[in-house]
Design a protein around this ligand. Structure first.
Ligand SMILES: *Cc1c(COP(=O)(O)O)cnc(C)c1O
Length: 238
């Protein structure tokens, strides 16, 4: 990675932070409430190291194999302690052990069955894994996650699992439809507020990607997961 790529990443980061701060201001929120997770799934470890040099400190991967690969690269570079790595993608039960101990936060707990699997494996290793429940707020058949009704039904049982700590919710919005995206983010926040009345504390809302993060921030997101807009020089902000 040449110095010019680091320069691009740094300038883009400052632009993104300014956009997030503006969205916060529009919503009367404090900019410190929102954190960017740089989704590094499309770049090699060199790209991730360049992003660290450019000032990013938190990353997301969507495949367990890549998470293993990238965390190994971080360890080799002596950066494993200073950088956060999150698991944001579909997780199969037979891959749970690859993710435990490597991901600080798993965004993508999409069923009670998966929650139980993560919990029991974490308990066996003496860990308490922080997780988010992935909720299919928009109801699109192509998306995984709890339906809002299922999340509500399962919630108390999930809070009782000893190996996980549920700290919030995650969703993905429909693409290319800003109104539907806003409704989705708003629905996630309302679901969170409803669940908190049943117990637990769910401060984290993981929502917003390259095409819709400003809407997500306006609707209460605390973690925006940004891939293309961070790493892709061909992606232009409008
Ligand atoms: C790839 C990915 C992102 C980032 O998407 P962009 O549109 O590139 O910002 C966010 N969340 C998940 C779960 C992803 O798989």
């Amino acid at each position: 990675m040449g110095p010019s790529y680091v320069d691009f990443l740094r300038e883009r980061r400052l632009e993104l932070e300014a956009r997030v701060a503006d969205a916060c201001a529009r919503a009367g929120r404090d900019a410190s409430e929102v954190e960017v997770v740089a989704v590094s799934k499309t770049v090699e470890p060199e790209g991730l190291l360049a992003a660290i040099e450019a000032g990013y400190g938190r990353f997301g991967e969507n495949r367990p194999q890549e998470l293993v690969h990238k965390t190994a690269a971080l360890e080799q570079a002596g950066l494993a302690e200073s950088v956060r790595m999150d698991m944001i993608g579909n997780l199969q039960r037979n891959k749970i052990n690859q993710v435990l101990g490597r991901a600080q936060l798993i965004h993508s707990i999409s069923s009670a069955h998966l929650a139980e699997g993560v919990s029991s494996r974490a308990e066996a290793r003496g860990l308490r894994q922080q997780v988010l429940l992935e909720v299919n707020v928009s109801g699109e058949a192509s998306k995984s996650g709890f339906s809002p009704a299922d999340a509500t039904r399962a919630f108390e049982g999930l809070l009782a699992l000893g190996g996980i700590e549920v700290v919030g919710l995650m969703t993905m919005a429909p693409a290319h439809d800003p109104d539907a995206a806003r409704r989705t983010f708003c629905g996630l926040r309302e679901l969170r507020d409803g669940l908190e009345r049943r117990g637990g504390c769910l401060p984290v809302l993981s929502c917003g990607m390259s095409d819709d993060f400003e809407l997500a921030v306006e609707e209460g997101s605390t973690l925006v997961r940004l891939g293309r807009v961070v790493f892709d020089q061909g992606y232009t902000l409008d």
